[in-house]
Design a protein around this ligand. Structure first.
Ligand SMILES: [Zn+2]
Length: 279
């Protein structure tokens, strides 16, 4: 874990990344707050508020929230080390960068408004705790599960990177139409959901980190809030094309597959029985 909180490098950025959107969805399921309302409240202060942070106001390095993040990350490491071993491979642990405000990654500039993201080029998960904090403060969201899940999803992208899947997909995306490239993105995202489920299975079985009832409940409810519905209601203001993660139904389906099987072999979202089947 690299703690870069409070190291501000300017302003900029708009829109939520995949982790951010997912987190909002989960939080809104837990709190019953309209996700669009959450989106507005989260986005507005980001237009500069977090950029002003400096080291004096930054949280202590071992505060409760970063401890929680370290615990979840360590758990994903344990789970994936085992799984990789079973595949005859070695798991290289990702670095997790905690930041507030803005951050520079090998994939470019990230801001708090983007939410958590993974950069394949440097193999790091970027996690904005001020985003979690804002949600926590304003809505008192019991965010343990939501946060753990977001981390596991980003770690899922790291697993895809280690397995060479991300690279294959990106190469393929350069050769096809925009529409097909988007569909490939959806498949990649759904696979990260499935891999998060695989972690959830192992964490639940051996370490009781998650309460499986919560997981099922939250994700069942997610089916009621489709990505498509969100996009329509957002009126195009906050939802660019790149957010396409698949409908909630598909996400629930793939997360559940991973969760039930606890084995990444069920996460073939690119196969013939893949994404198209559940849409
Ligand atoms: Zn993602």
């Amino acid at each position: 874990v690299e703690d870069r909180r409070g190291l501000s490098i300017g302003k900029g950025g708009a829109g939520l990344g995949c982790g951010g959107l997912l987190l909002l969805l989960v939080i809104s399921l837990i709190t019953g707050v309209n996700p669009l309302e959450l989106l507005n409240q989260v986005q507005e202060p980001d237009q500069g508020g977090y950029s002003e942070t400096d080291r004096t106001t930054a949280p202590q390095q071992n505060d409760e929230m970063s401890q929680f993040v370290r615990t979840v990350l360590a758990d994903t490491e344990e789970a994936w080390q085992q799984t990789f071993q079973q595949m005859g491979r070695r798991y290289e642990e990702p670095t997790l960068v905690l930041f507030s405000g803005n951050v520079q990654s090998a994939c470019g500039f990230g801001s708090a408004a983007v939410g958590p993201f993974y950069c394949p080029a440097d193999g790091k998960v970027y996690l904005d705790l001020s985003f979690f904090q804002a949600l926590d403060r304003r809505f008192g969201a019991p965010g343990d599960f939501a946060q753990a899940y977001v981390i596991a999803h980003e770690v899922g992208h790291h697993v895809q990177n280690l397995l060479g899947i991300s690279e294959q997909v990106h190469l393929q995306q350069q050769r096809v139409s925009q529409q097909d490239a988007n569909e490939l993105s959806v498949r990649l995202e759904l696979q990260a959901d499935c891999l998060a489920g695989v972690w959830g299975h192992n964490a639940n079985r051996s370490r009781q980190l998650l309460e499986s009832g919560d997981v099922e409940e939250g994700l069942n409810a997610a089916a009621a809030i489709g990505d498509d519905v969100l996009q329509q209601r957002a009126g195009g203001r906050v939802v660019p094309e790149s957010w396409t993660h698949g409908s909630s139904k598909m996400r629930v389906e793939w997360f559940r597959r991973g969760l039930q099987a606890g084995n990444p072999s069920v996460c073939d979202t690119f196969g013939s029985g893949g994404v198209g089947q559940t849409e």
